[in-house]
Structures are given as structure tokens and as C-alpha cells.
Ligand binder design. Structure first.
Ligand SMILES: NC(=O)c1ccc[n+]([C@@H]2O[C@H](COP(=O)([O-])OP(=O)(O)OC[C@H]3O[C@@H](n4cnc5c(N)ncnc54)[C@H](OP(=O)(O)O)[C@@H]3O)[C@@H](O)[C@H]2O)c1
Length: 385
């Protein structure tokens, strides 16, 4: 193949471009975790003709989005002189096919990389394979910058954490200004704290996880559907209820068939092994898969067992949408990796306040923003060593 003359991998060109991509991709940090933030650009001659980012967990990676953007801009693959990407491309099949293959298939002759993959299971693999395939590969390694900007990812792929097989867990809740998860009886039908914009955001979030986890307490008081009600927001996640003594009503809303424009995942009830046989069968007849797990010291389903079970099912990103009891149990056992908290314009409310718990969290990459009338807090939890 005759290669075009280009200074596409010239450090003075790539350095500022990588910096821009790294900054821009941070915008998606909460939607892609535990994946890292990644940005990519396609260079043709001395022009950046397209950019792409990893925007949602489970969806296309930055390299593929950049290539698609270049095609959409009408720039032919034959004109692509280099791809610049902030992190070494993936070389193994995950939720999406490996980006390494997409780069080879497109025939891009040069690759500029911002950082080698810190995951010891993949580190350097794509660089070697691309070099073996005859590509010009240039690594502009700035490890400290990458680690600083992707602390959650680097912690997640560290050998100690990898041994603890459990999914990335996002705790999401709505609270009043005083930290209660249920509003005063005369507000929001005694149930709704956050506004329509926030409810719409949660629909998007549900489409970005493999499973939603809740407790039987929430099921009995709110009778939620835990469904996806907006078409196109993603695949419906598994709906998992923690119910040690099978108190889930057999006519719970979870068991109803989906309406039009609604999609629902399978219902799984995690209970204590040896729980009441007739109740077990009745819930199975209602449509649930019932799974028996070991108990904890308080004779409830053990959360460590729950998260191990989720992992073994191949579930990698889980949304905890529960009441204060299950949320507190998760925090006590360091099983939360990310939070999204909606604080509505409501004072007071019913039940215990999570205000103290929230104030005590060590958060990284914290973001405070607004959603309609609600204040939203997002962040990654710094796990204690
Ligand atoms: N604002 C919000 O975002 C939001 C979200 C959800 C719920 N809520 C509100 O929260 C209230 C319900 O609170 P809740 O605390 O009862 O509900 P919950 O946290 O959803 O469920 C608690 C139940 O989960 C079961 N469970 C099983 N294993 C457990 C474990 N290892 N640790 C802790 N619990 C375990 C326990 O029942 P067993 O022992 O029988 O298994 C426990 O009673 C309702 O008023 C609801 O409206 C608010």
C-alpha cells in the first residue's frame, strides 16, 4: 500500500488534540463508568475530519464513533491518514466488537495513542498487534493525567478489585431537602419527590444498566414497574428484588405485561435458600424466577452473595433503586461505586434521612447540576483501602 505523506503523528499536532479530546470525553464519565472516558479523532492530511467519544456504557467506543462520523462527513476511508485515540484501543470482544479490528479493517495506516491501557489483562496488547500488522503506532504516554482523569476506571481494573467479582453499582435516589426518601403525605401523592425532567433522566439511566435492584420494602409501598417507558432508551434491564421471606405480592405491578411503548426485563426474586415452598411456587407462577441464596448475620439475603450472583449472570452495571434500608446496607458494605441523588424542592418527609450518609461519602469527580426544579449530585465513591 502506498502511504500518503503526512505529519499526522507529529507531537506538536497530536499533543493539543489529545488534550482537547481528553477534556471533552469527561462529559460522559458518569454514563460510561466503569469504562474509561475515551475520545478519538480521524486525521486526513493536516485536518481533523471527525471526532467521536464513548458516550454510553455498552454502546459504541470512541474509535468507532469517530470512524462513523468521518464516513458521515463524506471522507472516504482511503483518505484517513491516522486515528488519534486517548486510550489504547480494546483488543478483546466486550459489549461491542474490538476496536482494534475496526481500525485494521478500515486500513488506517497510523495510530496515535494517549495512554496504554492500564488494565494488566489488556495492557499493550493492541499496540503489539497493530505494530505486527505493519501500522505506525505512536504512544504519547501521559500516565498521571490518564489516572487522574479516570481514577474510577483505574481502581476498577486494579488486581485487588478484579478479584472481588461484583458488578459496578450505581445508587440512585430522590430525596427531600432534609434527606427523606418519601415526601410528606400531601406532596406528590406521598410518593414523588423529583420532577418530570428527572424522571426522564432516570429512564435513560435504566437503559444504560444490565439490572435494576430493589428491596421488597419499596415493592410493598410503591408497587413500581421498573420498566423502560421511552422507546429507544436501551434494552430493558433485569428487575431484581431482594426479598428474604418472599413477601412480594403475587399481583405486584412488576408481573403485569408491558404496555405499548414500554419494555420490561425478567423479574428475579433473590430470597433465602429454603424460603417458604408454596410462596416460592406462587411467585414463580406469577412470572418470577426465584433464586435462593445464603443469608447474612441478620438473616436477610446476604448482599455479598447477591452481588456475586449478579456477576455470575454476566451483569456488569447495576442500578440500585431502593429505599433507605437497602441503600444503607449497601453503603455499610462498600458495595456502591457511583451515586446519583435528586434533591427535590420539598422539605420534610417520611422515614429516616439519608442526609448524614450522603454528607459522609468521599466522592471523586463530583458534579452538582440541575434537572428542572431538582438539584442533582453525581459522583464516584472513593473506596477505603
Ligand atoms: N425516593 C426514592 O428514591 C425511593 C426509592 C425507593 C423507595 N423509596 C421509599 O422507601 C420506602 C421503603 O423503604 P425500605 O427501606 O423499606 O425499602 P427497601 O430498602 O427497598 O427494602 C428493604 C427491604 O429489603 C429486604 N432486604 C433483603 N436483603 C436485605 C439486606 N441484605 N439488607 C437490607 N434489606 C434487605 C428487607 O426485607 P426482608 O428482610 O423481608 O428481605 C428490607 O426490609 C418507601 O416509602 C418508598 O417509597 C424511595
Amino acid at each position: 500500500m502506498i502511504q500518503r505523506q503526512t505529519n499526522a503523528l507529529e507531537p506538536t499536532v497530536i499533543g493539543p488534540l489529545l488534550e482537547e479530546l481528553r477534556k471533552e470525553c469527561q462529559e460522559h464519565r458518569f454514563s460510561v463508568a466503569p469504562n474509561p472516558c475515551v475520545g478519538a479523532a480521524i486525521i486526513s492530511g493536516d485536518r481533523v475530519v471527525a471526532r467521536g467519544f464513548h458516550e454510553r456504557w455498552g454502546s459504541a467506543h470512541a474509535e468507532v464513533n469517530a470512524m462513523n462520523a468521518a464516513r458521515a462527513a463524506g471522507v472516504d476511508e482511503a483518505e484517513w491518514d491516522a486515528i488519534i485515540v486517548t486510550l489504547e484501543p480494546c483488543s478483546s470482544e466486550g459489549k461491542t466488537p474490538p476496536c482494534l479490528q475496526a481500525i485494521l479493517d478500515a486500513g488506517i495506516p497510523r495510530v496515535g495513542i494517549g495512554a496504554v491501557d492500564p488494565d494488566p489483562r489488556h495492557s499493550g496488547a493492541a499496540v503489539s498487534l497493530m505494530e505486527e500488522a505493519g501500522l505506525e503506532v505512536c504512544v504519547f504516554q501521559e500516565p498521571d493525567t490518564f489516572e487522574e482523569e479516570n481514577a474510577a476506571f483505574c481502581g476498577w481494573v486494579s488486581p485487588d478489585r478484579v478479584r472481588a467479582a461484583r458488578p459496578w453499582t450505581i445508587a440512585k435516589w430522590a430525596q427531600t431537602r432534609t434527606g427523606q426518601l418519601s415526601p410528606p403525605e400531601d406532596v406528590g401523592e406521598g410518593r414523588w419527590i423529583s420532577g418530570p425532567e428527572s424522571l426522564a433522566e432516570v429512564q435513560v439511566l435504566r437503559g444504560e444498566v444490565d439490572a435494576i435492584l430493589t428491596g421488597v420494602g419499596t415493592l410493598k409501598s410503591d408497587d413500581p414497574r421498573l420498566s423502560l417507558r421511552s422507546p429507544g432508551t436501551g434494552e430493558a434491564p433485569l428487575r431484581v428484588v431482594l426479598d428474604s421471606y418472599l413477601r412480594t405480592p403475587t399481583d405486584a405491578a412488576l408481573f403485569r405485561a408491558p404496555g405499548t411503548e414500554e419494555s420490561v426485563g425478567e423479574v428475579v426474586i433473590l430470597t433465602l435458600a429454603g424460603a417458604d415452598g408454596p410462596r416460592w411456587r406462587a411467585l414463580e407462577e406469577s412470572g418470577a424466577r426465584v433464586v435462593g441464596l445464603r443469608g447474612d448475620e441478620e438473616d436477610r439475603v446476604s448482599l455479598v452473595e447477591v452481588h456475586l450472583w449478579l456477576w455470575e449472570q454476566g451483569l456488569r452495571r447495576v442500578l440500585l433503586e431502593a429505599g433507605p434500608r437497602l441503600l444503607e446496607s449497601h453503603f455499610e458494605r462498600d458495595l456502591i461505586d457511583q451515586v446519583r441523588v435528586y434533591t427535590g424542592d420539598v422539605f420534610g418527609g417520611e422515614g429516616v434521612s439519608l442526609g448524614h450518609t450522603l454528607a459522609g461519602l468521599s466522592l471523586a469527580a463530583r458534579l452538582d447540576r440541575e434537572s428542572g426544579q431538582d438539584a442533582v449530585l453525581e459522583g464516584f465513591l472513593l473506596q477505603e483501602d
